[in-house]
Design a protein around this ligand. Structure first.
Ligand code: HEC
Length: 282
């Protein structure tokens, strides 16, 4: 029905409604008048599809994880990473963990508008209190796919691909390009929160970043359960080698690989609507 023909039919509809009202005033009235335009949905679909294509959003990113890693996610390593993510053992002050700021109760986002790190009151949620950091913690969900990390993108894969270290991973000094031997940008990133004084290390910590990581790796190495878990993944550790910070970082990254959530209804909608369309994130 065109708009003008529907307009012409309105008086007739009103007349019928009026009769209905007089006959049974107590019964609920069915809304009358022009129905929704069935073309609106089609047009919106077309506009949405065009927008998704122009934004390079295909809904296929979740299924690219394994191929880009070049292997399946290692469940055992991810489980060690999960335990470490929630363990204040990684904090020199032993009062904060990754999850203090990236809380699962806040979608691995921050429960605070500006992060509270060390010397917190032990709460993760609205009541969290303590010295503020400079910024809010973003969610780590889907961070496996980001070619640059942090709000200002200062941690980056030079190849603009977090799975590709061939051109190096760039960090501000003192790390610079020294973390480029890690396989994934998230593993390189995991070297940094533990040395940030206001996040996990504490204002009074002595020594440089490597000295801080060395304390942490010795601590983790001294925990029999962690040694046993790491030994199941790394033959060298099973053979007696000590746990190094690299192993801890790789475990944290592996856990974050399990936090890929790109299959929400809107993503399924993309799958239905948008044909395969290679983009920056694929
Ligand atoms: C004190 C709070 C705090 C703790 C503890 C913390 N983070 Fe963060 N995290 C932040 C903040 C704040 C940012 C953003 C900082 C910026 O942009 O300068 C961030 C950024 C990140 C990012 C980049 C996300 C993105 O979208 O760019 C990752 C990944 C991450 N953190 C992982 C971790 C891991 C792993 C740990 C534990 C080893 C950890 N964080 C501990 C506050 C924290």
């Amino acid at each position: 029905m065109s708009f003008s023909s529907r307009l012409r039919s309105i008086p007739a509809i009103l007349a019928v409604a009026g009769v209905g009202f007089a006959a049974c005033a107590d019964e609920p009235q069915t809304p009358t008048g022009p129905g929704p335009d069935e073309n609106i949905g089609v047009e919106l679909d077309q506009q949405l599809t065009a927008k998704l294509v122009s934004s390079e959003m295909t809904g296929r990113i979740e299924e690219t994880l394994e191929a880009r890693l070049g292997r399946p996610v290692d469940d055992q390593l991810a489980e060690v990473g999960r335990l470490l993510f929630f363990d204040p053992v990684l904090s020199i002050t032993e009062d904060n963990s990754c999850s203090g700021c990236h809380g699962p109760n806040a979608s691995f986002n921050d429960s605070q508008s500006i992060s509270v790190g060390i010397e917190n009151n032990g709460v993760v949620g609205p009541g969290r209190a303590g010295p503020r950091n400079l910024r809010r913690a973003p969610t780590v969900i889907n961070s496996a796919f980001y070619p640059k990390l942090m709000w200002d993108g200062r941690f980056q894969s030079h190849a603009l691909d977090p799975f590709d270290n061939s051109s190096g991973f760039g960090f501000p000094q003192p790390e610079g390009n020294s973390l480029s031997n890690l396989d994934h940008l998230l593993a390189a990133q995991a070297f940094t929160p533990v040395v940030a004084r206001e996040e996990m290390a504490g204002f009074d910590v002595q020594g440089d970043n490597d000295a801080i990581r060395s304390v942490i790796e010795q601590r983790v190495d001294g925990i029999a359960e962690y040694r046993a878990s790491f030994a199941e993944v790394y033959p060298a550790i099973a053979a007696g080698a000590p746990i190094e910070y690299r192993h801890i970082a790789e475990a944290l990254a592996e856990f974050q690989f399990t936090l890929v959530r790109a299959n929400a209804p809107v993503d399924q909608g993309r799958l239905l609507r948008v044909p395969h369309h290679p983009g920056l994130l694929e």
